[in-house]
Each structure stands twice: as structure tokens, then as C-alpha cells.
Design a protein around this ligand. Structure first.
Ligand SMILES: *Cc1c(COP(=O)(O)O)cnc(C)c1O
Length: 388
């Protein structure tokens, strides 16, 4: 158990960079300029394993390496299995491509009517606005285009995207992602949000970003004032492990919430990182303390070279069954598999229904006790609640 969910104990500070002036440390451009990108740079602070050194050699043609000093400080230098380290330092295992892995694991290319727009669901689109991030997650589902190490040369035309959305009035929800949209300039972010706001049929907009986690310094007063102007903006962050919940992230979430932004979190289930119930519980408790609603828990996508990160789906089901009933319902994310080939996100749940017929629905509660609820008052035909 992580006994330290109390915020007083969360990591904060400049760590390895204690001699750097505060003005620099808290300046996001300094953090970007001083990102760790080469193995020699990492070796100044930690001893890389042989597998990691191999990882640096293949990364340049696969997915760039880049870590902000802020996030690097969260690595425990004495633990080669540190859950932070594994997320952002490459390993030779990434070169092992297993059967059934894809460069586009959730089939986005097939549903891209214009570059950057993924239109899979009837009423909403994913809008990819950039291919760069502050740091690169080694299990990235979009590594084919993110960081441009594979020469995808992603150049979305924002105008073509806006036009597509304008011309499709069934679209009421736009999810802006990438890459990381919050790495764009304030002016560009402002422009995108205002441009979408002018489209009558758009009810709300979401930004998916790991910037608050990798580079909390980026959430400046000016950016917050841009967000404050938006009537309908939500932000989804991406935290995988309780160690990422620092004082800095706490303060950043607080500022976002105070600017009127509801926050959700998406977590990827990762082997040896967060695939234990106690770790997941600590994570979701900390998220709740930061006013972040745990939204999705993702089964790791079948991206090329990710076998070392993937658990069996049963692991996620077990974790959910060990959370439901045992902790705040509000804090429990929906476990999903983003279906290979482009089927979208499919919820998978532990089985609480033992039997369902015209007389009763027979249920198991979280402790395994069995309960019956009558079903004989005007039952709907099965077709009405079964997926067609
Ligand atoms: C995840 C995703 C969405 C948003 O799905 P929600 O379940 O509404 O969060 C929309 N479009 C695509 C292509 C997606 O991958």
C-alpha cells in the first residue's frame, strides 16, 4: 500500500537541478530547452541498463526520446524498475515486434476523412493538431506519427479540419489531441478554441494532454485566461502512477479547476508499472484529491514493440473487481479495450449478473454475496438492451 496519499508527502522541488534559479525552473521554455534526449545526458544522473542503452539506439527510428527535467526528477535513480523510468526511457524490447501488433493499432488511418480528423463515432471527432509532445511515452499508440521518428511527416491542415467539422452538423463534440495540443503556442491554442466555438453545432470541446504531468510549468496565467474564456472546455490528463501526483501537478490541477475546467484522467494499464490494485487505488485516490475524475483505464493497445508493457485483459478486470465496492464509486475508471482495427472503445466489466430472465435478475455484489431483483414488471425485449 502507498501510505502516503496525504498531499504533504508528495514530491516537489528541483531535485537534480537544485542550482537552477526558480525563474528558469518554473519557465516552461527552459524545461523544453533542457529536456534529456541522449543517453549521455541521462547517464549524468542515472546508470542505464544494457537494455536501455540498446533502446536509445533504436529510438531514433521509432519514437524519439525526450524527458523534461521536471519529470525526470520523479525517477528513483536507485531502482531500475522505477515505474516512472519505464514509461519514458526506451529499452531494446521495443525492437521486438510480436504477432498481432500494428503501427496503427486502433485503425485511425481508415477513418481519417482529412489529415488530422479521426471520425469514428457518429457525433464526435478526434482532431489531431500536432505531432510533438513534451516527453514521449514508450507505449505511445500513435508512435507512427508522433515525434516523426518514422518519417510520417504529419502536417494536419487545421483549416481542412475546421471545414470538415463545419460541414458535418452531426458533430457536437471535438476532442483535440495529437501529439500534445498544449505544446502549441498560446495564440494557436486560442485560435483553435475560438474557431471551434464559432461553429454552431459544437456543444463542447475536450483537450487531451499530458502537459500537466510532464510540464506543469506550461499552464501559465495567460493560458489559463484563454481557457477561462471558453464556456465549454474540458481537459483530460494522463496519469499512470501515484508517483506522478506531485505538489506541482496538484497546484496545476487546482488552477485549471479554478479556471472552470472539469478534469478527467486516462490511465493505460502497464505491466510492472500500475498493474496492481494497491497502486491503482492510490492513483485514483490522489486524482480525486486533485479534483480529477478517473475516466478511462485502457488495456494497452497492440502497438508495435509493446509486448513488454501489456498485461492480459483479465488483470484489468481483476483490478476493477477489487476496486468496486471497496472504494469511492466516483473514483473508479471505466476499463476499456480500444478495439484493434477501428472498433472504438469497448467497455469490459467484471461479471455481476449471474442470471437474467423474466422473473429476476440474479446479481453478485462486490463481496460475492448473491442478491435477486425482480424483473417481471414489463420486461423489455432482450433486443432492446443487447448490442445489435
Ligand atoms: C476516444 C475517442 C473519442 C472519444 O471517445 P469518448 O468515449 O467519447 O471519450 C472520439 N473519437 C475517437 C477516434 C477516439 O479514439
Amino acid at each position: 500500500m502507498y501510505p502516503i496519499d496525504k498531499k504533504e508527502n508528495w514530491f516537489t522541488g528541483k531535485g537534480h537541478w537544485s542550482s537552477i534559479a526558480d525563474e528558469e525552473w518554473f519557465n516552461w521554455k527552459w524545461q523544453i530547452r533542457n529536456r534529456l534526449t541522449h543517453k549521455e545526458h541521462f547517464q549524468e544522473y542515472i546508470q542505464l541498463t544494457d537494455n536501455e542503452i540498446k533502446g536509445f539506439d533504436i529510438a531514433q527510428n521509432k519514437l524519439s526520446v525526450s524527458v523534461t527535467p521536471y519529470f525526470f526528477n520523479l525517477i528513483d535513480p536507485n531502482n531500475p524498475n522505477c515505474p516512472i523510468r519505464k514509461q519514458i526511457i526506451p529499452t531494446g524490447s521495443e525492437s521486438i515486434i510480436s504477432d498481432g501488433e500494428f503501427s496503427d493499432p486502433v485503425g485511425e488511418e481508415n477513418t481519417m476523412p482529412v489529415p488530422g480528423i479521426v471520425h469514428r463515432y457518429p457525433d464526435r471527432v478526434l482532431f489531431l493538431v500536432t505531432s510533438t509532445c513534451a516527453s514521449y511515452c514508450r507505449y505511445c499508440t500513435r508512435s507512427r506519427l508522433v515525434s516523426n521518428a518514422q518519417n510520417y511527416d504529419f502536417h494536419p491542415s487545421l483549416e481542412a479540419g475546421f471545414e470538415y467539422i463545419e460541414n458535418n452538423n452531426s458533430i457536437r463534440d471535438v476532442l483535440i489531441s495529437g501529439g500534445d495540443p498544449l505544446l502549441l503556442s498560446d495564440n494557436k491554442i486560442h485560435y483553435i478554441l475560438n474557431r471551434l466555438r464559432k461553429i454552431d453545432h459544437i456543444e463542447f470541446v475536450r483537450i487531451g494532454s499530458r502537459i500537466p504531468v510532464f510540464l506543469p510549468q506550461r499552464i501559465t496565467d495567460n493560458l489559463l485566461s484563454i481557457f477561462k474564456e471558453q464556456e465549454n472546455l474540458w481537459v483530460s490528463i494522463h496519469v499512470n502512477h501515484p508517483q506522478e501526483c506531485t505538489e506541482e501537478l496538484y497546484n496545476t490541477c487546482r488552477k485549471l479547476v479554478c479556471s472552470g475546467i472539469p478534469l478527467g484522467n486516462q490511465t493505460v494499464l502497464l505491466k510492472g508499472i500500475n498493474d496492481k490494485t494497491n497502486i491503482m487505488k492510490s492513483l485514483i485516490h490522489r486524482l480525486m484529491m486533485m479534483k480529477v475524475k478517473p475516466y478511462y483505464l485502457y488495456q494497452c493497445d497492440l502497438i508495435e514493440g509493446s509486448a513488454h508493457f501489456r498485461t492480459d485483459p483479465s488483470v484489468g478486470l481483476k483490478i476493477i473487481s477489487e476496486l468496486r465496492g471497496y472504494t469511492t464509486g466516483y473514483s473508479i475508471p471505466q476499463f476499456v479495450i480500444d478495439a484493434p482495427g477501428g472498433g472504438g472503445k469497448i467497455p469490459i466489466n467484471p461479471d455481476y449478473i449471474l442470471k437474467y430472465d423474466n422473473e429476476e435478475i440474479l446479481l453478485k455484489n462486490y463481496e460475492g454475496e448473491i442478491y435477486s431483483y425482480p424483473s417481471n414488471t414489463n420486461p423489455l425485449p432482450k433486443e432492446s438492451f443487447l448490442i445489435p
